[in-house]
Design a binder for this molecule. Structure first.
Ligand SMILES: Cc1cc2nc3c(=O)[nH]c(=O)nc-3n(C[C@H](O)[C@H](O)[C@H](O)COP(=O)(O)OP(=O)(O)OC[C@H]3O[C@@H](n4cnc5c(N)ncnc54)[C@H](O)[C@@H]3O)c2cc1C
Ligand SMILES: *[C@@H]1O[C@H](CO)[C@@H](O)[C@H](O)[C@H]1NC(C)=O
Ligand SMILES: *[C@@H]1O[C@H](CO)[C@@H](O)[C@H](O)[C@H]1NC(C)=O
Ligand SMILES: *[C@@H]1O[C@H](CO)[C@@H](O)[C@H](O)[C@H]1NC(C)=O
Length: 368
């Protein structure tokens, strides 16, 4: 029997995870994307990510759904870390400090109910364990997080996809149905069957009026760190220190600037990020403290990237897209339609949700 063919639009962490998941289940998969692993662009979010696991309490029904996707992803990451050390996935202690002590994060009964306490290694820190550097910190928690080296992991996903027979086409699409046309031409040349579905994993790609960017300024430093540490300030800003395995140093950050389309690095933000990271985690610098403008942090790159946000959050659903095609004899226009499975708008959480999303997408495809 011929394989069922699926087209995936997008080669970020979501598109690649879907491609691997579908190809492992025996589908023939073609990925069509403007950027693929190895490329860097302000609008290609995946290579820039920290990227780490960070749980949040599930207080609303949609949070429960995200928590389920995060759990499926966490399990897959454990499995990959075991079977494929070359992915660079590592499990390390994570510590989060908060200037506001929200009971949803620390009340013994609430953290059981909202699932926050269910993550491996979870514990609320004693007040004696809070850092002396910041009096503002009211609460601390710890758990075991996975971290990974985004560019290395993306290349691994791509190689894994290729191993399962996935092919890649580089193209900038103006409409989703364009992918169907491009693939049909390729397929008729190789004599395989029709496309049964399109996976829309385009990040923030086309013009969904609900999609918008959230600009992030981050800094890659070569100083190593053995723990993931974050500090959530009362004003809503966050300091994060995320180790990047396999020689990637550490990612420190960062800003969250919804709807700011600027490409420029803010020198003020650079100084704040460096000083906050140094104060939060002096172990980053160790003996190499030089008290200069970069606090003994060895800067590799200061960069800007955009998180693919969406009002209402991640779009994960099936839609049947009607489009106009041409008849066999080439003379008439005919109505056609194709199932599209949307999985875009993952915002700040694409890695955290990736395998959960890929498994849901596969379920949608299996029902076609
Ligand atoms: C600084 C930073 C730190 C982050 N940290 C974390 C973290 O710690 N944990 C976490 O889970 N997430 C983190 N994120 C978020 C995460 O990076 C994103 O949620 C994730 O990368 C989104 O993946 P994606 O595949 O949906 O989109 P993208 O990676 O943006 O990929 C989109 C794909 O679609 C293609 N595409 C788009 N438009 C078109 C078109 N017109 N034609 C053809 N192809 C098109 C692109 O070329 C690309 O291949 C972070 C993000 C940033 C910026
Ligand atoms: C595919 O996803 C993009 C977001 O990247 C969205 O703007 C677009 O509307 C989606 N395509 C269709 C046909 O809905
Ligand atoms: C966007 O961000 C840049 C850099 O942080 C800042 O200088 C600028 O004022 C912001 N622009 C707007 C319109 O918010
Ligand atoms: C450099 O910083 C360290 C730690 O903050 C401090 O102890 C030391 O006095 C500083 N040295 C100079 C020369 O400023």
């Amino acid at each position: 029997m011929d394989k069922r063919h699926v087209v995936v639009i997008g080669a970020g962490v979501i598109g690649l995870s879907c491609a691997v998941q579908l190809a492992r289940q025996g589908y023939q998969v073609t990925v069509v994307a403007r950027e693929i692993p190895g490329d860097y662009d302000i609008d290609y979010a995946s290579p820039w990510a920290g990227s780490h696991f960070r749980p949040v309490p599930a207080t609303k029904p949609e949070d429960r759904f995200e928590q389920e996707l995060m759990r499926e992803t966490y399990r897959e990451m454990e499995d990959l870390a075991d079977r494929h050390p070359e992915t660079g996935i590592q499990f390390i202690p994570a510590i989060e400090y908060f200037d506001t002590a929200d009971p949803a994060y620390c009340d013994e009964k609430l953290v059981q109910e909202n699932g926050y306490a269910s993550w491996p290694g979870f514990r609320v820190l004693r007040s004696s364990e809070l850092p002396a550097q910041y009096e503002s910190i009211k609460l601390g928690v710890t758990y075991t997080a996975w971290v990974l080296n985004s560019p290395v992991y993306l290349k691994w996903l791509k190689d894994e996809a290729v191993k399962y027979g996935v092919s890649f086409i580089r193209a900038r699409l103006s409409a989703i149905e364009e992918a169907v046309f491009i693939c049909k031409e390729r397929l008729s040349a190789s004599g395989t069957d029709e496309v049964i579905a399109v996976i829309n994993a385009s990040g923030r790609g086309f013009n969904d009026p609900k999609s918008f960017p959230s600009r992030g300024q981050f800094i890659a430093v070569s100083n190593p760190c053995q723990r993931m540490i974050s500090h959530h300030w009362a004003d809503g800003s966050t300091t994060v220190i995320i180790p990047r395995p396999l020689g990637g140093g550490t990612i420190i950050g960062g800003t969250k600037e919804p709807n700011n389309w600027s490409h420029s690095i803010s020198d003020t933000a650079t100084v704040s990020i460096l000083s906050r990271a140094f104060t939060l985690c002096p172990e980053l610098v160790g003996d190499s403290l030089d008290n200069g403008s970069s606090y003994g942090l060895d800067i590799r790159q200061v960069y800007i990237a955009r998180r693919p946000m969406r009002q209402g959050g991640l779009r994960l659903e099936r839609e049947d897209l009607a489009f106009q095609d041409t008849s066999e004899d080439g003379l008439r226009n005919v109505q056609n339609s194709i199932p599209v499975i949307h999985c875009y708008g993952a915002g700040p959480s694409g890695y955290k949700l990736s395998w959960g999303i890929a498994k849901r997408v596969e379920r949608f495809v299996s029902e076609i």
